[in-house]
Design a protein around this ligand. Structure first.
Ligand SMILES: Nc1ncnc2c1ncn2[C@@H]1O[C@H](COP(=O)(O)OP(=O)(O)O)[C@@H](O)[C@H]1O
Ligand SMILES: [Mg+2]
Length: 226
């Protein structure tokens, strides 16, 4: 599903170079639940942006679902993001003026689905994440955990090949965070491929497999020494 080989990304901060990703090789198979754990500033979000085709590598190879990302145009990348990837973020990124149902409908309407079909699917996915009866609530009328459930429903609704979750529990209390990870585990048990990014080793340990990132370098296994 994901094949990344020796991917590097350097940012220029004034006149110092920051190697955000340093020859990262990373593979994910269909149906896996993999966590990427690392301290703040280690390159997690940079890697997520790369995996999510929001950014392209300076060097190295990236193939997603058999498509060579390095040689795709911006238009093709946008298409790949819409069709293949579901994003979940720390701060939910919901549209505050829209209710839960409308937030979940957004990607479907973008995709050109009819209003009726979009509504029907949005209801179905809100139910899947345990939010039946909350469809008409706006984000501020929902708890953090419920807002993240809406965001997960929105990420699922286009039936993505893979879900990329960047610190999905970062803004939640521990108990709610566990519930969200529980939901991701349930989705994975039904076949959804998931990559979870977190700085929290306890959260990372809930995935089927864990890799570690330190100073832009990826290591297999959570405890492996450098
Ligand atoms: N757009 C950017 N411009 C300059 N430096 C950046 C940019 N994005 C990230 N960095 C730097 O790259 C490193 C990795 O950042 P990031 O991937 O956001 O880490 P994490 O998500 O693990 O906290 C950090 O040193 C950060 O300052
Ligand atoms: Mg980050």
């Amino acid at each position: 599903m994901i094949h990344m080989k020796e991917v590097s990304k350097t940012y220029l901060m004034g006149d110092t170079e920051v190697k955000a990703l340093d020859r990262v090789s990373f593979d994910v198979s269909k149906g896996e639940f993999v966590s990427i754990v690392g301290p703040s500033g280690s390159g997690k979000s940079t890697l997520m942006n790369m995996l999510g085709c929001l950014d392209t590598p300076d060097s190295g190879e990236y193939c997603l679902d058999g498509i060579d990302i390095n040689h795709s145009t911006d238009r093709e990348l946008a298409h790949i993001r819409n069709r293949k990837i579901g994003f979940v973020f720390q701060n939910f990124n919901l549209l505050s003026r829209l209710n839960a149902l409308e937030n979940v409908e957004v990607p479907l309407l973008y995709k050109g689905l009819s209003a009726r079909k979009s509504k029907e699917l949005a209801y179905k996915y809100l139910e899947k994440v345990g939010l039946r009866g909350r469809e008409k609530h706006t984000p501020k009328e929902l708890s953090g955990g419920q807002q993240q459930r809406v965001a997960i429903a929105r990420s699922l609704v286009c039936e993505p090949q893979i879900i990329l979750a960047d610190e999905p529990t970062g803004a939640l209390d521990q108990k709610t965070g566990h519930e969200i990870i529980g939901l991701l585990r349930e989705l994975n048990a039904k076949g959804q491929t998931i990559v979870l990014i977190t700085h929290d080793p306890n959260v990372a340990a809930k995935a089927g497999r864990s890799v570690r990132i330190v100073d832009g370098q990826l290591y297999c296994g959570p405890e492996e020494s450098q």
